[in-house]
Every structure is written in C-alpha cells, then in structure tokens.
Ligand binder design. Structure first.
Ligand code: ATP
Ligand code: MG
Length: 395
C-alpha cells in the first residue's frame, strides 16, 4: 500500500491575498527541514503532499512537528480516483487493523466525481461491512474513523490525524531581534515569536571577565535549539563590559538595572537598524522582577521607538517553564552560569523608577560613544541546527 504525508495548512487559509507567499514559504521550510531524507514534496492551494520511505516515517514526523504553519497532517494511503480502486484499498487498509466499530467520512473536492460525499461514505461503509466479519458502524463514537478525500487524479484514505505546530511559517514576517540571555524566559519568547512567522536574529550581552565563556556557550546551545524551529539564526554578541562597569562606577545603585536596560534597548535599536530588524523581542514578564513592573517598562522602553514584543509578558513563570520543557530549552537554561544582569545586581533595585532621575543618572558618564562602539564591535556567529560558523559583522 502506497502512503503519503498529507499536510493541511494552518491559519494561512485566512490570508487570501498572501496565500501563495505563505504556501511557498511553508514549502521551502519543509523542504529545508527534510533535506536529509529521500522525499518528494508537492503542493497545491489546499494541501501539501510528501512522498517518503517507510523506514524514515518516525524521524520525518519529528521534523515536521518543528515546522510552523501546519494545522494537521495525516499519513494517508494514496489511490487512483476511481471507485473500484478506492473500494479495494479501503478493504485492504481495514483488514490490516483491528477494531469493532467504524465510520466512513468522505469529502469530494473533485465536484465532477460521479458520487456525492454521503453516498460515497454509505457505499464504502457497505463494502467494509461485507468484507470483514464481526464489525459494525457507529456514527457517534467509532473505534476507527476512516476519512476519504476525493481529488481529481488521486484520492486519499487516512485513519490518523496528527496535530501540527500551528502558527505561521517562519519567514512570512521580517526579522525580529531577540534579546537572548541564558535564562528560561527569552528562548521561550523567541520560540513564540517564530511561531507567528518571525525570522529571528539573536543578541547576547556579554560582560567578560565578569561572565564566562561557559555562559556564552550556553547561549549558543540555546540558539541551536531555537534554530530547530526557525532555521539559521545570526547570534550577535555585544561586549557589554565597558558600559556595565561605567554604570556601576557612576550611577546610584538602585538605578543601575534601570540604566543598564536602557543601554541594552539603545544598542538593540541600533542593531535593528544595521541588521534589518523590525522589532525587539525579549523575555520580559510583567511583575517578574523590579525592572519588569509596568512603571519600569515605561521608563526603560522610552529610549526607543522600535516596537518591543514581549511574548511571555502575561504568562506565569510556571507556564513559561512548561513551554521551555516542551521545546527542550529548560535543561540548558537552568545551568548555573552567571549572566551580565546577575553579576552586578544591586540590593534594592528601584521598582518605580522616574524618567527624570534615569536621565540624571545617565548624565554621569558619556555613554553615547560607548553605545556606538558596542554596535560596531559586534561579534556575529551564524548558527544552524547542527553547526555554527563565526564571522564578523554579518548582514
Ligand atoms: P530568567 O528566566 O532567569 O528570568 P531572563 O533571561 O528572563 O531569565 P531577566 O533578568 O528576567 O532574565 O531579563 C529579562 C529579559 O531581558 C530576558 O528575557 C532577555 O530577553 C533580556 N536579557 C537579559 N539579560 C540579557 C543578556 N545578557 N543578553 C541578552 N538579553 C538579555
Ligand atoms: Mg525573566
């Protein structure tokens, strides 16, 4: 029996004008994801079809589960669109499994086909009953639901549905700049942004020697894990040491975090401008720490006009952890390496900072050139699912 993976698109069905763009992006993403397998992929406006070798099926499914833009998929038996072939195949399939009750649901996309959907289901149900003993039809709660899709050339028969990853194909939105720390929240934020179709670059603020190369490697590992969902990701590493040291030398301790985050946002905006980023994305969550109260967010956010997307803003930590476990970033995130935000934490960071005071604090040192230097001195690493190449100033 000849099988095929039949993919039903996700939300892209709502995007009438852009439909082809969405389908082509999904097609390219699936093709890239399955490039190590011997597969043939076909597409039309309603479905995508993947021919595969049986021995690869489990691995292919694991890969498909990481491609956004798929609503459901089925492992379908493929048959010529004529009644005799369909009848013979459906009996073969049903004989190969064990069940007591069943129901046939047919769908006729080829309106020129001689039979209507209901009549088709009735006839095929009758054929199954005639060829297999001790079974009966149950339309409400069948052991097996057999779906039959009649299309022009080929028809498809399937028993199982698998939930796809949903969302939009990565690349249907332009690039977003993810602030990626080694924590739990920011990889989840990146994953959720990719699920909406955003292509990611990541930015890591590093403060060597106060942070270690282990901390950097942890961020590289997290980026690789995100690349499983979003393809190649450029990871930009900012040397944040000089700015951070100046902040802690000059500013009032309770404002240090506020100022540090305003500097991060300024640098992020410039990286967006030089590397075609359309939004800053981060793992801030309302109320989680002093710098993430709404008052703090307003003061920090006021240094940039870039949109700041915070996908986990309204999630509880436990909800974020659930996603982190699901996408396999959690175990890496909890490795105990210090982050630039944690090495200089003041005892009492301000919870309700004032914008005027933040400006006064920033006037205590000359940060403008330091911000520019941080951007020109970026170190960029291109990270793929299984490797990374280091090169500077990648566009
Ligand atoms: P945790 O899971 O421990 O909260 P976190 O990464 O969310 O880790 P926060 O201090 O809550 O840490 O920082 C809020 C957000 O700011 C992060 O989610 C991340 O997007 C960004 N951020 C913090 N530190 C860095 C860093 N060193 N490099 C890049 N982005 C950072
Ligand atoms: Mg956090």
């Amino acid at each position: 029996m000849n099988r095929i993976i039949l993919i039903k698109y996700g939300e892209l069905t709502t995007k009438k004008g852009n439909r082809n763009f969405f389908i082509n992006t999904l097609y390219n993403n699936i093709k890239e994801k399955l490039k190590k397998f011997d597969v043939k992929i076909h597409k039309d406006r309603a479905r995508m079809y993947i021919e595969f070798n049986d021995s690869d099926l489990d691995d292919i499914k694991k890969n498909i589960d990481k491609v956004f833009g798929i609503h459901t998929y089925h492992i379908a038996y493929i048959v010529n669109t004529n009644m005799d072939d369909i009848k013979a195949e459906i009996v073969n399939i049903m004989k190969s499994i064990s069940f007591k009750t069943f129901k046939v649901e047919s769908k006729r996309s080829d309106k020129s086909f001689e039979l209507g959907s209901q009549e088709m289901s009735r006839i095929l149900g009758g054929v199954i009953l005639k060829n297999i003993d001790d079974i009966h039809v149950d339309v409400h709660n069948p052991d097996v639901l057999v779906k039959v899709e009649i299309r022009e050339k080929n028809s498809y028969i399937y028993l199982n549905s698998y939930k796809g990853s949903g969302g939009y194909p990565v690349g249907t939105q332009p690039k977003g700049m993810l602030m990626l720390s080694g924590g739990i929240d920011s990889p989840v934020a990146g994953y959720l942004a990719m699920k909406r179709g955003v292509k990611l670059d990541a930015v890591y603020f590093e403060a060597i020697p106060h942070t270690s190369l282990d901390a950097r490697n942890k961020v590289i590992t997290l980026t690789k894990k995100l690349a499983l969902y979003g393809g190649n990701i450029n990871l930009h590493i900012v040397n944040f040491t000089p700015i951070q040291e100046e902040i802690y030398k000059n500013c009032s301790p309770n404002y240090c975090i506020t100022i540090m985050r305003r500097m991060m946002y300024r640098i992020m905006e410039k990286i967006c401008n030089t590397h075609k980023g359309f939004a800053i994305i981060n793992g801030e969550s309302i109320g989680q720490v002093a710098s993430q109260t709404l008052t703090s967010m307003k003061v920090i956010n006021s240094v940039t006009n870039m949109p700041v997307i915070r996908p986990v803003a309204c999630l509880d930590k436990l909800e974020i952890i659930d996603i982190a476990k699901k996408i396999d970033t959690y175990e890496t995130s909890i490795l105990p390496y210090e982050d630039c935000c944690t090495v200089f934490v003041p005892k009492h960071p301000v919870i309700n900072p004032k914008i005027d005071q933040a400006i006064i604090e920033e006037e205590k040192f000359d940060y403008k050139k330091m911000v520019d230097d941080a951007v020109t001195g970026l170190d960029t690493i291109r990270i793929t699912e299984d490797a990374f190449n280091k090169f500077k100033n990648l566009l």
